[in-house]
Design a protein around this ligand. Sequence first.
Ligand code: ATP
Ligand code: MG
Length: 229
Amino acid sequence: MDDDNGFERLSSGVDGVDPLIQGGYPYPSVVLVAGPAGTGKTTFAQQFLFSGAEKGEIGLYITTLSEPPQWVMHYMSHFKYLNKSHIGSRVIFADIGPLLRDANPEDIIAFIDEKVAETMAQRVVIDPITVIKAFMGKEYRPFLFDLVNHLKNWRAVTILTGEVEPGKFYPQEVAHAVDGVVLLTYEENEGARRKYFEVLKMRGTNHRTGKQNLTITSDKGIVVLSGSF
Ligand SMILES: Nc1ncnc2c1ncn2[C@@H]1O[C@H](COP(=O)(O)OP(=O)(O)OP(=O)(O)O)[C@@H](O)[C@H]1O
Ligand SMILES: [Mg+2]
């Protein structure tokens, strides 16, 4: 899909998000989805992949946590709208956990490149990118820039999920390298904790600013409700 400027866009797969970003993510691009534990990063990323699969697009889910696909899907299976029959055909799982122990940045990038080439994925997720930091030290920042540059050479949109400590907005090293930054937050408001969605940065996009309400339900997964705060 093209926006008004003829920019190609790829739908986010999350209700309420595309209208905030001129119809979808710039295609190709690399987008960071950042938030503290349990704010919905993995769910957000899975919706991106499975909604693409519904349209015949290929999605690649790369975990850095050595979680078997069955385990990731165990939790996702509560979301009835995710069509499990796409797994292994249009949603492919890969694990870079074992590679991280050797922490050779070139090998990690080569592995990811190979997987994208092999699957011809238009939608890629690396979940979470931030654990790689612990294995890399000083090489982490150059690694991120190399990785993002490699990913942008593919006809794909990549979501990198970023874990942050409560009170922090996003992992800085990643935020500078990517084209887009989206925040999922969990805040106390009038005595209740609520979840919010916010677009901080989206290159080439006249995006909405401000926090938007976010809900998670079994029926629809994540839905973003417009109305800024
Ligand atoms: N069926 C459901 N209905 C409503 N909310 C749900 C449902 N399933 C999960 N959630 C919410 O989603 C959260 C988990 O989302 P998810 O695993 O995507 O978060 P995450 O940001 O990836 O977390 P982590 O940083 O721990 O990986 C749960 O903590 C819960 O608040
Ligand atoms: Mg997660």
